[in-house]
Write a protein that binds this ligand. Structure first.
Ligand code: GKR
Ligand code: MG
Length: 434
């Protein structure tokens, strides 16, 4: 215990609630999003009765590690944030079945057991920070040193998409987008509904010439506004250089055109278009090679797999030191993660690029009030903790869906399996695809 009064900050209970969240049929190079995607909601309850909330990935491998972690958290201080990492190592050593093999095929870079652990820790770190902030009457950004901006800018995250999931009767309010006109129409909706003025297109779906045409159409529709294209490493070095040359006058940056640091370095050497990544620099260990090779000019942090909000700030400091830009990557997420992203982004100096967020694609949430984007920005709240409140009824509904047998297959995100519903022959394309 840290002081006479800190007994109330001891963790008495931890609740883990896996949920399935509705997700539209968004296309990427591996396939298409399933109708539901898994997330894990974490609640940390202190002896003083404060509840802190966190959110992270919810697939089985994360749950399997989160459960023993949660058990061992009981009896520790919410303020012992460094201790979370030691605890994660202990849990892994003591028998949680964490496969140490390396998977290079994901959309978030190489997957290792260590990265998996960090993604779990991050959800608990956010919950502890939320509890600590609430107990102390301070917003999370104050616990991170204080905000340097009052609002965080996000970009519209454009996706090629179908009007509806295969077999579904109703589509969503976004409609289909499978060509340049559809992408421009989607971008206009993002601008009208949320005021976004920076646009990122998820590419690697159609042959590069079609995606070049979509970016050109966006440039015509939104002259001078920042545009990015991210094929998740689907292109060869040659294709990447061709796309970069054709779009050099309109791209703010090209995100992960080719897979891996050596390929990215070759692309970077052949273009003046900055390269961003959430795939080749995803851990501290990957930084030296990538920075030395000049492979990336912007690192897109994701506090989930970088191990939390404080490590995101450590990453930002390293990037600053090496003259590399920093911004933020996102995956399908709910409002707790958006609040965490906003709180940490508010504290990062030189955040020169709008952050990514999938949040507008999620029609459901586990919060009592949905977070609003105004002029493409989320206001940085000074309310203690994350400044958001859990909606227990909403949480129960999404958990009941997770429990339902008929949705069991969706407890694991599998974009290739979702694509096989319409194309039984579909396999995750080999890289480079083009
Ligand atoms: O949601 O389909 C998706 C994205 O492709 C996501 O999985 C990526 O991790 O958004 C991500 C990215 O920027 O690479
Ligand atoms: Mg990306």
């Amino acid at each position: 215990m840290y002081g006479q009064s800190s007994g109330s900050l001891v963790i008495e209970d931890v609740r883990l609630t896996p949920v399935l969240v509705a997700d539209p049929p968004l296309l990427n190079t591996q396939g298409v999003h399933q109708p539901y995607t898994p997330r894990l909601i974490i609640e940390v309850v202190t002896a003083g009765g404060v509840v802190g909330i966190g959110e992270t990935y919810g697939d089985g491998k994360y749950l399997e590690l989160a459960r023993p972690f949660a058990e061992r958290l009981v009896g520790r201080e919410v303020a012992d944030l460094n201790g979370l990492f030691t605890l994660a190592d202990e849990v892994a050593v003591d028998g949680a079945r964490v496969d140490d093999s390396v998977d290079v095929g994901g959309l978030r870079g190489v997957q290792t057991a260590d990265k998996l652990r960090l993604s779990v820790v991050s959800g608990f770190e956010v919950a502890c920070l939320d509890a600590l902030g609430k107990a102390l009457g301070l917003p999370v950004h104050a616990l991170l040193g204080g905000k340097v901006r009052d609002a965080v800018e996000y970009s519209a995250y454009l996706f090629y998409k179908w009007a509806a999931h295969p077999g579904a009767e109703d589509g969503d309010s976004w409609g289909a987008a499978v060509d340049p006109a559809g992408i421009v129409a989607q971008a206009r909706l993002f601008a009208e509904r949320y005021g976004f003025s920076s646009f990122k297109l998820k590419g690697g779906v159609f042959p590069p010439d079609e995606e070049i045409a979509a970016i050109r159409a966006l440039a015509d529709a939104f002259p001078g506004q920042p545009l990015r294209l991210d094929p998740n490493g689907a292109w060869s070095v040659e294709t990447s250089l061709k796309v970069a040359a054709e779009l050099a006058d309109v791209l703010e940056y090209l995100e992960d055109p080719a897979l891996g640091t050596p390929a990215m370095a070759r692309v970077a050497a052949g273009t003046s278009v900055p390269l961003a990544t959430n795939m080749c620099v995803t851990t501290f260990e990957e930084i030296p090679e990538a920075f030395a090779a000049g492979a990336v000019q912007v690192v897109l942090s994701d506090h989930h797999y970088w191990g939390g909000l404080r490590r995101t700030r450590e990453l930002a400091a390293l990037c600053r030191t090496f003259g590399v830009g920093i911004s933020m990557h996102s995956n399908t997420h709910l409002g707790i993660s958006l609040a965490a992203m906003t709180q940490v982004a508010a504290t990062v100096p030189a955040l020169d690029f709008a952050c990514d967020s999938h949040y507008p694609w999620q029609s459901e949430d586990v919060l009592t009030t949905r977070t609003r984007f105004v002029d493409g920005r989320v206001a940085v709240t000074d309310t203690p903790g994350l400044g958001v409140e859990l909606d227990r009824d909403g949480l129960a509904v999404l958990h009941a869906r997770w429990l339902a047998d008929e949705h069991r297959a969706m407890r694991e995100r599998d974009d290739a399996a979702a694509m096989r519903v319409v194309d039984p022959e579909w396999v995750t394309p080999a890289v480079p695809r083009w």
